[in-house]
Design a protein around this ligand. Structure first.
Ligand code: URA
Length: 433
């Protein structure tokens, strides 16, 4: 096998590497026999030269082989569906999708991650719920999905350890935002988790990894291709992340909003995305329904209260208190009021995400602790009419100083104009294998 330095050089010069070579490199790096400095140089060469489809598949396959895999389908005797979002601001979709899909009779077992930077992580949101256990032994995870129909846990250390190591290295070497590396990272975890069919929500906009629809389409295309090569069905929803999703940004606030949505009382944009994702998941499942049938079942589960019952069962099964009154509350709540009347023409997702981060809702480094109570509620969204003195948003803060700072930041995130801006849909496109 060539030395790592030779592989770095060949990738640097634009050569296509063999599957065996990539496998050896990834497995040796995971075992610790290839050092970080060589892998960092290799990742930078990939960043500039890219990977061919065959290389991306080989990299994904090697990452899966670095650890254990889970055959949830065999354990449940059912076709398994999974969903994943590439990450955004206010994205609490899984918290609402899980109970709705489970109430429709489709098991939903998901391994999720924590947030870093301005995007929140599903596990952090769930940890706002007192008692909720994110670390379940694999056997308990499988048993809960079988018996309760729903479990959301942290990814086990044994599943795709190569991604943990590579992602941490990419994070500090400016090599995260490469389409092939992101596709391999996401799909290695989804494939190792055993999903037969996957709905991917690829976010596009200033609060997302993919800033343009063109890049998002390229990422979706690579992930669909990886799924097809591995014999799995993949549907990619391309959705807008130029403004936060729904109203709530911040952990406990997002749990409130997800629960409201499961009860049929959520904000319109978030509700629409949740029901769309549920419809696609149910259509891919073994229920034997099409997209319209999936949508109708999801709506019915919300309307008849069975989705909310599933939420309560799930949270209790995982040790949490499903009573919303148990969620932490920030001591200082301040409105952000409009100086002028007009229409909201933009509401920067990244600006709101960063303001929430500075309030303490997110972490700058992996070691940072999170304040689950704090965050922002965006009461006015793009296209809404606001009158002078009306609140645009609410800041939920730990103290008065951080609240004042956040109020200014949130105000600066809004642009208001006289004319109503053209409508921009949340769902930009759907791509499938
Ligand atoms: N999410 C992942 O899991 N991996 C990436 O590389 C980027 C986003």
């Amino acid at each position: 096998m060539p030395l790592p330095a030779e592989l770095i050089q060949r990738k640097r010069d634009g050569e296509e590497l063999g599957a065996d070579e990539l496998t050896e490199l990834v497995l040796s790096y995971t075992e610790g026999t290839v050092p970080d400095y060589q892998m960092a140089a290799f990742l930078m060469a990939v960043y500039f030269r890219g990977l061919s489809p065959a290389e991306t598949f080989a990299l994904t396959d090697a990452m899966i082989r670095s650890g254990e895999t889970l055959d949830l389908g065999a354990a449940l005797g059912r076709k398994v569906v999974d969903k994943h979002s590439t990450g955004g601001v206010g994205d609490k979709t899984s918290l609402a999708v899980g109970p709705i899909v489970a109430a429709c009779g489709v098991p939903f077992g998901k391994m999720s991650g924590r947030g870093l930077g301005h995007t929140g992580g599903t596990l952090d949101k769930l940890e706002s719920i007192p008692g909720y256990e994110v670390e379940l032994p694999l056997a308990r995870f499988v048993a809960q999905v079988r018996d309760v129909g729903l479990a959301i846990v942290g990814q086990t250390a044994d599943l795709v350890p190569a991604d943990k190591k590579l992602y941490a290295l990419r994070d500090v070497t400016a090599t995260v935002d490469n389409v092939s590396l992101i596709a391999a990272s996401i799909m290695s975890k989804k494939l190792a988790g055993g999903a037969d069919a996957i709905v991917l929500d690829v976010k596009v906009g200033d609060g997302a990894f993919m800033k343009t629809a063109e890049d998002a389409r390229a990422l979706a295309g690579e992930m669909i291709e990886l799924g097809r090569s591995a014999g799995r069905e993949v549907v990619c929803l391309l959705t807008d992340m130029d403004q936060p999703l729904g109203s709530a940004v911040g952990n406990a606030l997002e749990v409130h909003e997800a629960v409201a949505t499961v009860r049929g009382e959520g904000p319109p944009d978030f509700t629409e995305l949740v029901l769309d994702a549920c419809a696609h998941l149910l259509a891919l499942s073994d229920l034997g329904v099409d997209l319209a049938g999936g949508r109708a079942r999801a709506e019915a589960a919300v309307a008849d209260g069975s989705a909310f019952d599933a939420y309560e069962r799930w949270i209790r099964a995982q040790g949490g208190d499903p009573d919303e009154a148990a969620l932490p509350v920030a001591p200082v709540v301040r409105p952000v009021t409009a100086d002028l009347g007009g229409y909201v023409s933009s509401l920067g997702a990244i600006a709101i995400g960063r303001a929430a981060l500075r309030l303490g809702a997110g972490r700058r480094t992996k070691e940072d602790a999170i304040d689950h109570a704090v965050g922002i509620r965006c009461l006015a969204k793009r296209g809404d009419r606001v009158e002078p003195g009306e609140p645009w948003a609410e800041v939920h803060a730990r103290d008065i100083t951080s609240a004042r700072f956040a109020v200014d930041e949130v105000r600066a995130a809004y642009t208001v104009e006289d004319e109503r801006p053209p409508e921009r849909p949340l769902l930009l496109d759907v791509l499938e294998s």
